[in-house]
Design a protein around this ligand. Structure first.
Ligand code: PEP
Length: 246
């Protein structure tokens, strides 16, 4: 099935008001490209960015599973939507590892985000040790099975992000990316039937202008989740263009 590509930037804990000019530059250049583009910004910038670039998809990086309540420091899906976000990442490995989030937490977050009306990018990925042990596909498929939201599969994307590739400059071989995405597609179809075939499967981990085209050429790679290279228009836009030219 032909799926329109999605290139989403993940700014992580980066970005001040002065960086909104970079958002504007990305949006201006990405407006007419034949691919979907989004920026997942720190919560502090979402409202300002969404107001400055109406119509562009601004996203969050995490949500709490509850709509409101005594959860100091957390942001709910309803709050993100209220601030102007249209999507959110859940299950990024920096939250799974750094904040101790498990598959059940991530499933609940994804379900809360979808129920609020946000699109969701659900992240999964193996550690270096799991890949070295030959358990990458089994590990990531099990992670996906346990964190997939109960839903119709619409408004959901999945990002395969090997932990060892994030921010390191290392990426899996093209064959390994293909093998993982084919396996994940199988799990999505098993979970959602025909709708699972329409779920976009992104690759994430050290995507750069220099490797984007070969990654986007892999079957079942429907875009990318981009960290470091999404912070500057000069790095991010060539990746967007590589996706648009597939
Ligand atoms: C990420 O953290 O989602 C990511 C893909 O980071 P990077 O592109 O910097 O490896």
């Amino acid at each position: 099935m032909a799926r329109r590509k999605l290139v989403a930037g993940n700014w992580k804990m980066n970005g001040l008001a002065t960086d909104l000019a970079e958002v504007a530059a990305i949006v201006a250049a990405a407006r007419d490209v034949a691919t979907d583009v989004a920026l997942c910004l720190p919560a502090t910038l979402i409202e300002r960015a969404a107001s400055a670039v109406p119509g562009f998809t601004v996203g969050g990086q995490d949500v709490h599973a509850a709509d409101k309540g005594a959860h100091t420091g957390c942001v709910s899906a309803v709050m993100l939507l209220d601030a102007g976000a249209r999507l959110t990442i859940v299950g990024h490995s920096e939250r799974r590892l750094g904040q101790g989030e498990g598959d059940a937490d991530i499933k609940a977050k994804a379900e809360a985000a979808l129920a609020a009306g946000l699109d969701v990018i659900l992240c999964v990925g193996e550690s270096d040790a799991e890949r070295e042990a030959g358990r990458a596909v089994a590990t990531v498929c099990a992670q996906l099975d346990a964190s997939l939201p109960s839903c119709d599969g619409v408004n959901l994307a999945v990002a395969y992000e090997p932990i060892w590739a994030i921010g390191t400059g290392k990426i899996p071989s093209i064959d390994d990316i293909g093998e993982m995405h084919a396996a994940l597609r199988g799990r999505l179809v098993a979970a959602y039937g025909e709708a699972g075939d329409a779920v976009r499967l992104l690759y994430g981990g050290s995507v750069k202008p220099s490797n984007a085209a070969e990654i986007f050429a892999v079957p079942d790679v429907d875009g990318a989740l981009v960290g470091g290279a999404s912070l500057k228009a000069a790095d991010f836009l060539p990746i967007v263009e590589a996706a648009a030219s597939r």
